[in-house]
Design a protein around this ligand. Structure first.
Ligand SMILES: [Cu+2]
Length: 465
């Protein structure tokens, strides 16, 4: 899926010759491009010091070249089309063909040189979030450098001093550029590969978009009312599962570049926060959790031993963040009796559908026609029916027979006999209810009673109610 773009045939005329000669390179390193949004196999280091590579969820790691002992990377900031899930594409800005950009993996002590070519319609820069580096390499437009002009290439060079978990993003017109998806992951591996070893090491970024159903480009001025909450610019059911072998020690690293915090929750296992963007946590500072809240701008590395086979949900615990674009502004109808009402409304609004009188679950298979480029609010089929989730949701699949180094989806879990919730088919005991006289029970309303209600045709988006 990686294609290579030769700079002497493509954008050579755009490259500032002065920049290249200043660092003495004969040419720019080639810039590999990615055409797929699928999770790519880990990039085994072909040269340099050895390390245990990470796996980027629905992403990839950027190949490099060695030039006199310096690891050279080439990022191209450019408009991209990102598939958010099958059925929905978005016009985003990113790097080397995708958004987020590729993960950069280096080893503690590496001298790193990153060429950044700007193919966006406005200036940009890259800030290397969390890194120890010379101040002039910090990438803050106006403060430590001028913005990289359209068509130009800048060079960042520093020694990756501290091992750990980092990210990169522009520090130039940030509101627009981050709302459009400009971001990427960075891992500096320890020079001793035996330091805090794990069997699987997954990375991804949390991001959010406001894309009107039927349109393709995020609204960049949105401050709070986002309608798509993503892991690495994918929404469920478009997010790959994280597939591990029973007994594996698993690390999952996440960074938050949305506009709100996300309590990330894992089923079936306890984990510990072993690292932040500030470094590894001291072992005596850790405690067990099943949910960890990640604030805006923070990164967290969590670790657990995958002891229990199964398909374990892994998701943000804010319930609106496990929904997709449609439906956030549908009025609540639970408990309202619609009989007769829909027919009356249909005379005025022919395509009106009554939704939600028994809850919202049937919206997973909502039959209201969707605009062309959007997703139902809750979807994804599991072995037992609709999963009724969207957004920031995926599954950690723990399997006895998942081979080391194999990241392929093993399919749905087959539950051993006697380990599955089942329907009770025996006699039902008489329910004992306390009689009224105090308490907060709601008076019941007979269906034939008049209920006054206002009805609004659901719109795609327009705020929460
Ligand atoms: Cu969330």
């Amino acid at each position: 899926m990686v294609t290579r773009r030769n700079f002497f045939t493509g954008a050579a005329a755009l490259v500032g010759a002065g920049v290249v000669s200043r660092i003495g390179a004969a040419s720019l390193p080639e810039a590999p491009m990615m055409s797929s949004a699928a999770t790519q196999s880990p990039l085994m280091p072909p040269n340099g010091r050895p390390y245990n590579p990470v796996v980027t969820l629905n992403g990839w790691s950027l190949p490099w070249r060695m030039n006199n002992g310096v690891k050279e990377f080439h990022l191209i900031a450019e408009p991209v089309v990102r598939e958010l899930a099958p059925g929905m594409k978005a016009n985003l800005w990113g790097y080397n063909g995708q958004s987020p950009g590729p993960t950069i993996e280096v080893v503690e002590g590496d001298r790193v040189r990153i060429f950044v070519t700007n193919h966006l319609p406005e200036h940009t820069s890259i800030h290397w979030h969390g890194q120890r580096l010379p101040n002039g390499m910090d990438g803050v437009t106006g403060l430590t450098q001028p913005g990289i002009p359209v068509g130009k290439t800048f060079v960042y060079e520093f020694i990756a001093k501290r091992p750990g978990t980092f990210m990169y993003h522009p520090h130039a017109d940030e509101m627009t550029q981050m709302a459009m998806g400009m971001m990427g992951f960075w891992v500096t591996h320890p020079k001793n590969p035996a330091f805090m070893p794990v069997d699987r090491d997954f990375v991804f970024l949390l991001n959010n978009y406001d894309i009107e159903p039927g349109s393709f480009t995020p609204k960049v001025n949105t401050m709070l009312e986002f309608n798509l909450f993503t892991f690495n610019s994918r929404v469920f059911p478009g997010i790959d599962s994280m597939n591990v072998r029973q007994g594996d020690r698993v690390r999952i690293r996440t960074g938050n570049l949305t506009m709100t915090n996300h309590p990330i929750h894992m089923h079936g296992h306890e984990f510990e926060v072993t690292g932040t963007d500030g470094g590894w946590t001291r072992p005596e500072s850790r405690w067990p959790e099943v949910t960890t809240d990640i604030a805006v701008g923070q990164m967290r590395a969590i670790e657990f031993v995958a002891t229990d086979p199964g398909d374990w949900a892994f998701h943000c615990h804010k319930s609106h963040h496990t929904m997709n674009a449609m439906g956030h502004s549908v009025p609540t109808m639970i408990g309202a009796d619609h009989r007769g009402v829909a027919q009356k409304i249909n005379k005025l609004v022919p395509d009106y559908m009554v939704m939600g009188e028994r809850g919202m679950a049937d919206m997973g298979q909502m039959e209201m026609p969707l605009p062309d480029n959007t997703l139902p609010m809750m979807s994804g089929q599991g072995p037992f029916g609709g999963i009724e989730m969207g957004g920031m949701f995926t599954v950690v699949k723990v399997r006895k027979d998942q081979k080391p180094g194999d990241y392929k989806d093993p399919g749905w879990y087959k539950h051993p006999v006697g380990t599955l919730a089942y329907e009770w088919k025996g006699a039902m005991p008489e329910a004992k209810r306390s009689s009224s006289g105090g308490g907060q029970s709601m008076p019941s309303v007979a269906p034939e009673q008049e209920i006054e209600m206002t009805v609004r045709k659901p719109t795609g988006h327009g705020g929460h109610h």
